[in-house]
Ligand binder design. Structure first.
Ligand SMILES: Nc1ncnc2c1ncn2[C@@H]1O[C@H](COP(=O)(O)OP(=O)(O)OP(=O)(O)O)[C@@H](O)[C@H]1O
Ligand SMILES: [Mg+2]
Length: 278
């Protein structure tokens, strides 16, 4: 059994955040561990409150997990503030310096399989990262990421420039790779038309086509995508294959998405599992 750690925020309506990550990891056949960075009060209509977890408790959660359990891949989602970014980055630096555990190293990239989803704004439009924390994200975490998965607005914020079409997404992806991550997936869900993602790796730039699933049951697509990539990496897939399979999983979960409240509905993370059990 592979063990995937998600470092992210809690979503009380469980469509995104830690809850979406754990469902994704479980549905794909691995075991999910969670380090909670913030608790959000949230429903399908929006975010109504955020309580950050104290840095020492975040560090304690990380130490507890790594002191006992082998971790095969890590996904990072909502961090919220520079204090949280710094405690997570410092812990991962210690980890890689081999002080805490023999970390698994991905054979293709020579790095810990670490998928960084640079969460900044919820689908509802609520901000999930302090403005002044963007520089910490760039300086402290981007250089450690194996795969970075910004959506269009996040790529624009990280680069300070606008992105309007696939050609500009490719340029943005190349510039982001120069900032440290080995691979960057610029997600095209926010552009009109089919949701084409732009993938940039050490030796490749390509478009990953997708089919747009109509409707509003799409809360948590970003969290689901990044934790699926981390899980497929831990299961041993090459990076490009892990990204492709994760996109297929998001699409399949969107197809059977459903409404649970009065706003944006959620994905059906267990579509495949349920049909396999019949
Ligand atoms: N309606 C859709 N149909 C099919 N695929 C989609 C749709 N919307 C997004 N995707 C895909 O889902 C993945 C996640 O991308 P998205 O752009 O939604 O991330 P995000 O903006 O970070 O999401 P979130 O708001 O949940 O954080 C990408 O592969 C994207 O192309
Ligand atoms: Mg997102």
């Amino acid at each position: 059994m592979k063990h995937i750690l998600t470092i992210a925020g809690s979503d009380s309506c469980a469509g995104a955040g830690i809850q979406a990550d754990l469902k994704t990891i479980s549905a794909l056949g691995a075991y999910g561990l969670s380090v909670i960075t913030a608790v959000t009060a949230q429903n399908t209509r929006g975010v109504t409150g955020v309580q950050e977890i104290k840095p020492e408790i975040i560090r304690a959660q990380l130490e507890a997990v790594f002191a006992d359990v082998r971790v095969d891949a890590v996904k990072i989602g909502m961090l919220g503030s520079s204090a949280t970014i710094q405690v997570v980055a410092a812990f991962l630096r210690d980890l890689m310096a081999d002080k805490l555990q023999d970390v698994p190293v991905n054979y293709e990239t020579g790095r810990l399989p670490l998928v960084l989803d640079p969460v900044m704004v919820a689908k509802s439009g609520d901000r999930l990262l302090e403005d002044e924390a963007v520089n910490s994200l760039i300086n402290d975490l981007l250089p450690m990421a194996m795969v970075l998965t910004p959506n269009l607005p996040e790529a624009q914020t990280l680069l300070g420039s606008t992105i309007k079409d696939p050609a500009e997404m490719a340029e943005a992806g190349k510039k982001l790779v120069e900032m440290g991550p080995k691979w960057v997936v610029v997600k095209g869900g926010h552009l009109p038309g089919e949701p084409i993602d732009l993938v940039v790796g050490p030796d490749e730039v390509y478009e990953l086509p997708g089919r747009r699933v109509a409707g509003h049951n799409n809360h948590g697509t970003g969290c689901t995508y990044s934790s699926a990539i981390a899980t497929y990496l831990a299961l041993g897939h090459p990076v490009s294959e892990a990204i492709r399979k994760a996109k297929g999983y998001v699409e399949a979960s969107l197809v059977n998405g459903f409404s649970i409240g009065h706003g944006v509905g959620v994905l059906d993370h267990f579509t495949g599992v349920r049909s396999a059990m019949k």
